[in-house]
Design a protein around this ligand. Structure first.
Ligand code: NI
Length: 179
């Protein structure tokens, strides 16, 4: 178990475009090979209670994201997302349709904001064994993938909020939404 520190918005690595991984087998970050690094990402995500995490959030500027939400935690089959590792992911929106929903981020603790995302996307990337992962997804699953992949392009969700009145502290927003 190796939980790494999650860097927060404002750190320069969260503003930069991350590097494509050319050779999975020889890749190392600070001496740590790919499988171990992905295990660290997984441990960190679990420890922090996240649904996804991107390598740059662990100060590693390479194109790796992981995400997943099991049925029990999601409380619904519709929101469940299989645990997935994506290296060098590519996203293609399947229509112009966007939907708004609140997002949070481990790098922006305590805050939430209303973010428009494509409703339907196709995504592809490699897993840690180099196998191609390809899926067409919509709704919450599509939102999570777009959020995580934004981190690889130096984008944190507050940059996508249209109206900053829809950005605030989680406890205050929840108070509004529960009435
Ligand atoms: Ni995030």
């Amino acid at each position: 178990m190796a939980v790494r520190r999650v860097i927060k918005m404002g750190h320069p690595i969260l503003r930069q475009v991350s590097i494509v991984i050319d050779d999975l087998k020889s890749w190392r970050f600070e001496g740590v090979e790919l499988h171990q690094f992905i295990q660290d990402m997984r441990d960190t995500m679990k420890y922090e209670g996240g649904i996804g995490i991107a390598a740059p959030q662990m100060a590693c500027p390479y194109r790796i994201v992981i995400f997943g939400l099991d049925k029990n935690t999601a409380h619904s089959d519709a929101l469940a997302i299989p645990f997935t590792v994506l290296i060098n992911p590519e996203i293609t929106p399947l229509s112009d349709e966007m939907s708004d929903d609140y997002e949070g981020c481990l790098s922006v603790p305590g805050l939430r904001g209303l973010v428009p995302r494509y409703e339907q996307i196709h995504y592809r990337g490699l897993d840690q064994e180099g196998r191609l992962i390809e899926r067409t997804v919509s709704g919450f699953h599509a939102r999570v993938v777009q959020h995580e992949c934004d981190h690889l392009d130096g984008i944190v969700y507050p940059q996508r909020i249209k109206d900053l009145r829809d950005f605030g502290f989680e406890d205050e927003l929840l108070a509004v939404h529960s009435t």
